[in-house]
Design a protein around this ligand. Structure first.
Ligand SMILES: NC(=O)c1ccc[n+]([C@@H]2O[C@H](COP(=O)([O-])OP(=O)(O)OC[C@H]3O[C@@H](n4cnc5c(N)ncnc54)[C@H](O)[C@@H]3O)[C@@H](O)[C@H]2O)c1
Length: 250
């Protein structure tokens, strides 16, 4: 019950990783706000959890939505900036500038607005933690996903700036960097985790929402009281080294 008496807000939590995080926060005593643009799925998700969760419509790109949501809260202790889109998988030379801007708007500007509005509420509530969901695409380049890659690198920078600035407000800020995780996002790329690529990883499988939720709850909890401005990679070893260069065992 690490979050008893705490209020937690998870953006983009009608499904996928965010939904699992909501379930886990609620199971550990938190009062959780499920925020998304998928109203039907979000309502159903929150209802399935019971009194510990409620759904609020939040388009993370809308400053008005953030203002209204935060005004409805008595207190806030944890924000997980999880909402994100992959955007179109497109070669750079054929990329549409509107689509590029839209991906940055949701992934980066949405995360910034979370710091501005929900972060202020956390400060007024006596401090807490912000966990930003970046990606391993924030640590290497993912081809045909320039906007996604740029947005996830930018979230790393935002995390660092916020961690330094908000320490005096009693707020810790860290980023999480998942590798491939089995959700609708990977499914949309035709990736069900069955490819040889996953079989070659040190942990030879695709990630699960459970793998990520455990790390997010840790960083949000008092167990991580001395961790801020940090990056937690959860990728089964994808970034640990170039697997194609491993020689046969001597
Ligand atoms: N699945 C992966 O392999 C993977 C890997 C690394 C990082 N991530 C990141 O993890 C996070 C969660 O993704 P997921 O895998 O659960 O995918 P998902 O598509 O299942 O969930 C994304 C959620 O964000 C919501 N969302 C999109 N635009 C929004 C907006 N404007 N306002 C509010 N909510 C919005 C969607 O409705 C959805 O519920 C994302 O930030 C994603 O970039 C995913």
């Amino acid at each position: 019950m690490r979050f008893a008496g705490k209020t937690v807000l998870v953006t983009g939590s009608a499904k996928g990783q965010g939904a699992e995080e909501v379930r886990r926060f609620a199971a550990e005593g938190a009062s959780v706000v499920v925020a998304d643009v998928l109203d039907d799925e979000g309502e159903a998700m929150a209802k399935g959890i019971g009194d510990a969760a409620r759904y609020v419509h939040l388009d993370v790109t809308s400053e008005e939505d953030w203002t209204a949501l935060v005004a409805s809260l008595d207190a806030l202790h944890v924000l997980v900036n999880n909402a994100g889109v992959l955007g179109p998988f497109t070669p750079l030379f054929k990329s549409d500038v509107g689509a590029f801007r839209r991906t940055l708007d949701i992934n980066l500007v949405g995360t910034f607005l979370g710091h501005k509005h929900a972060g202020r509420k956390i400060s007024q509530s006596g401090g807490g933690a912000i966990v930003n969901i970046s990606s391993i695409s924030g640590m290497w380049g993912t081809p045909y996903a320039a906007a996604y890659t740029a947005s996830k690198w930018a979230i790393r920078g935002l995390t660092k700036a916020a961690a330094v600035e908000l320490g005096r407000n009693g707020i810790r800020v860290n980023s999480v960097h998942p590798g491939g995780v089995k959700t609708d996002m990977t499914a949309a790329m035709g990736d069900d985790g069955s490819t040889d690529w996953y079989k070659r990883l040190p942990v030879p499988r695709i990630g699960t929402v459970d793998d990520i939720a455990g790390a997010v709850l840790f960083l949000a909890s008092d167990e991580a009281a001395y961790i801020t401005g940090s990056e937690l990679v959860i990728d089964g070893g994808t970034l640990a080294g170039d697997l194609s260069l491993i020689p046969p065992a001597p």
